[in-house]
Design a protein around this ligand. Structure first.
Ligand code: FE
Length: 393
């Protein structure tokens, strides 16, 4: 049995925060990150509108980037004390992801993290509260997805939580919030959105329900990301919607090994964190070359290329054109072409890559990749990406 799940309502457009005045409830907890939402005045706007709706409001602030198990537990504790019937999460992916996990521990204090990390194994939520998400970045689309990523720093592991129970009830996709994104973040989150849409389109779980969302998202990213990067307001707005469409696609069709690889390399090297969207952008063209050895996947990449207005006589030529288009975007957006160029030390890369490759194969996103991969092949793929070599296996 296949399932397609989205939020009940998606409000979009400038000034859409006003809809908060119509939400019915008694108590709302607002979960927010490090301060940009406060600085730009959006936190006050949200609080005022919820109060106008007659709700008592409490804040849970300072959710860190890559939120920890400890932050989730503290948030759940605050919720158990305040007993909200609405959880309002706002900001980048991190506070929204954290709030999703807090929600589970609020409703089920007796559950454990170990119970939740099994995919699609959440207890039934909405016994105590409903969930409203307001994204301020244009990439993760966590406002419409069934996913949350929580980091266990003690164990050094990222847990991708997955369950349709944590798909929000309401998403408010207001482009005014995304206008505050710095340029680099615009580049990285935009390429994350493109990766979501392309991986969802070629996923083994692609469907007639997810395909149109993925294709439209890809077309919009190709059309608007460069101008959005340059600060054009209309383009920023269109990118905010494009990433949301991509999210609706991948929440239901899942992803592939670009994400497996990004998850397991993000914090793996001593030379510094590789931002999620940046890692995806670097890996994507190489993974397309690898996956295109599967003729069905190649046909799908060719379809993407046609919808993007690219030219080629065969599926192989069209797939090649798609890779070149992505490479050109990376150049425009200042994203390096190889891991060496990113600054990863060669000796450290060689020491760690076998282990990283094995972890990447075991990542939750590998299962829906259109071509299977062994740890040895994954290591070869990473090596191509390190040195910028053609993937021909
Ligand atoms: Fe992503």
């Amino acid at each position: 049995m296949a399932r397609f799940t989205l939020p009940r309502d998606i409000y979009y457009g400038r000034g859409t925060l006003d809809v908060l005045e119509t939400i019915k409830g008694k108590r709302a907890i607002v979960v927010v990150g490090g301060g940009s939402m406060k600085r730009f005045g959006f936190l006050d706007k949200v609080t005022e509108r919820l109060q106008k709706a007659g709700m008592e409001v409490r804040l849970f602030e300072n959710v860190e980037p890559d939120p920890s198990v400890e932050t989730v537990m503290r948030g759940a504790e605050a919720m158990r004390e305040f007993q909200p019937d609405w959880i309002v999460a706002m900001g980048g992916g991190s506070p929204i992801d954290a709030a999703k996990a807090m929600w589970a521990f609020y409703e089920y204090p007796e559950t454990t993290f170990e119970d939740l990390i099994t995919p699609f194994n959440f207890p039934e939520l909405r016994k105590k509260a409903r969930f409203l998400a307001i994204p301020s970045t244009s990439g993760t689309a966590t406002e419409v997805t069934a996913f949350s990523v929580i980091t266990d720093y003690a164990k050094g592991i990222k847990y991708p939580l997955a369950d349709f129970n944590i798909t929000p009830d309401i998403a408010i996709v207001d482009p005014e919030l995304a206008e505050t994104m710095p340029q680099k973040l615009t580049a990285h989150t935009g390429m994350d959105a493109l990766t979501h849409a392309i991986e969802a389109y070629v996923s083994t779980l692609n469907s007639p329900f997810t395909d149109p969302l993925a294709i439209k998202a890809i077309q919009m990213v190709f059309e608007y990301l460069p101008a959005s990067f340059d600060g054009d307001k209309n383009a920023r707005e269109q990118m905010h919607y494009a990433q949301c469409l991509a999210g609706m696609a991948f929440s239901n069709a899942l992803l592939g090994i670009v994400h497996s690889m990004a998850h397991k390399t993000g914090a793996a090297f001593s030379t510094g964190h590789i931002p999620h969207g940046c890692a995806n952008a670097i890996y994507l063209p190489y993974v397309i070359q690898y996956n295109a050895k599967n003729p069905e996947a190649e046909a799908r990449y060719a379809t993407i290329a046609r919808y993007a207005g690219l030219e080629g006589k065969t599926d192989a030529e069209l797939t090649q054109a798609l890779c070149e288009k992505i490479n050109a975007f990376n150049v425009k957006l200042g994203i390096p072409k190889t891991l060496r160029e990113f600054g990863i030390d060669e000796k450290e890369f060689k020491e760690k890559i076998a282990t990283i490759a094995e972890l990447a194969v075991g990542d939750a996103c590998t299962g829906s990749n259109p071509r299977p991969i062994t740890p040895a092949e994954m290591e070869r793929l990473f090596t191509c990406i390190y040195y910028g070599e053609k993937v021909d296996f």
